[in-house]
Design a protein around this ligand. Structure first.
Ligand SMILES: NC(=O)c1ccc[n+]([C@@H]2O[C@H](COP(=O)([O-])OP(=O)(O)OC[C@H]3O[C@@H](n4cnc5c(N)ncnc54)[C@H](O)[C@@H]3O)[C@@H](O)[C@H]2O)c1
Length: 330
């Protein structure tokens, strides 16, 4: 299997590369990543000398370069994106550039290079807030923020490349992921690292928002399954289907670290904050997927990882992150 992973130096992409190397002895992987503030090549230190793996620093928006790079490869899985909703509210341009125009550039290159599979990694956020029930893949898209809107646009573009040009595209829409190597600006690592530093955990609004947290390794298994068995032109949901309030998640972190609930601080809610996301996963279950990890054990494992790997997250928190944090939470 010759597979290009774009955005492989980020959180989920780096786990996916490690997953492939472990599962497929004869795979070849090219990781293409621009290394934005969110990309961290040290996420892959343990596999960097593996002869089946190579890395190129490049921007997915550079279509000419991408076409050159994609020649002689079979499959592309695109994780590359601007991903933080809060940043999209302040600087939406960066999201339109990478998440829409970057995907457009990849689709054109993939078509020119006749790739045999293009997997676009999307998100449950494209549907906006879900008041009741679990949504199927056919639900109308109704994104609430520029990040979600840019991802929705990319999904539609990708599907149009299947319908118009026959590019073999699948879309994977998962719920929020958690696990090791997630940037400390995202809620779970932010709360864990703040708690470890005895800083307040900034909980948006009243903390009542509901998310179906997916362990990152279960997401990787689902992407692999879609790669093997997914039907072209189809969208697949990936979620453990059980939701938790943000407040519950914050409390769990404090319990696991032996810290008091008084470390929680309720802050002004995010603009356009979706109350609840909820996906129906019958379609991927019919392919044979189910999560292999229970939420509680994967969550405890994740908290423990941040506790033991301060050398990974402290340099990130000490860099540009400080200015971001000050602007965001005061
Ligand atoms: N993290 C989640 O909870 C979650 C949930 C559902 C879907 N997703 C989707 O999964 C994908 C990966 O998310 P993540 O959390 O790993 O993101 P991340 O922010 O950790 O990583 C994104 C990676 O993309 C790279 N990148 C950004 N712009 C680029 C460009 N122009 N060219 C090349 N590389 C570029 C960054 O350097 C980084 O390595 C995204 O598409 C995101 O929308 C994430």
């Amino acid at each position: 299997m010759k597979i290009v992973v774009t955005g492989g130096a980020g959180f989920i992409g780096s786990h996916f590369i490690r997953y492939l190397l472990k599962k497929y002895p004869d795979c070849q992987i090219l990781n293409i990543d621009r290394l934005t503030y969110a990309g961290n090549i040290h996420n892959l230190d343990d596999v960097s000398s593996d002869r089946r793996y190579c890395f190129v620093q490049e921007d997915i928006c550079h279509q000419k370069e991408m076409t050159t790079l994609l020649r002689d490869w079979d499959i592309l899985v695109n994780f590359a994106a601007e991903t933080h909703v809060d940043r999209s509210l302040v600087n939406p341009e960066a999201f339109i550039r990478t998440d829409v125009l970057g995907v457009f550039s990849l689709l054109r290159s993939a078509y020119q290079c006749k790739l045999r599979k293009f997997i676009q990694i999307s998100t449950d956020e494209v549907y906006g807030s879900v008041s009741q029930g679990r949504l199927k893949e056919t639900r109308l898209l109704s994104p609430s923020n520029p990040y979600a809107a840019s991802k929705a646009a990319a999904d539609l573009l990708a599907l149009s490349y299947w319908k118009s040009y026959g590019l073999p595209v699948c879309i994977v829409r998962s719920t929020n992921n958690f696990g090791p190597f997630q940037h400390p600006e995202k809620m779970i690592p932010l709360f864990i690292t703040n708690a470890l530093l005895n800083k307040k955990l900034p909980v948006y609004g009243e903390g009542k928002q509901i998310r179906q947290w997916l362990f990152v390794e279960d997401h990787c298994g689902a992407i692999d399954l879609i790669l093997q068995k997914g039907e072209n032109g189809q969208v697949y949901h990936v979620s453990p289907e059980r939701g938790y309030r943000n407040l519950t998640v914050a409390r769990k972190i404090l319990r696991l670290l032996g810290k008091p609930d008084s470390l929680m601080e309720f802050v002004k809610d995010r603009a356009g904050h979706d109350y609840r996301y909820s996906l129906n996963c019958q379609k991927i279950k019919a392919l044979g997927w189910k999560p292999r990890h229970s939420f509680n054990s994967a969550f405890a494992k994740t908290v423990q990882w941040y506790k033991e790997n301060t050398g990974w997250w402290q340099p990130i928190r000490e860099g540009d992150f400080q200015e971001y944090y000050r602007q965001q939470y005061g």
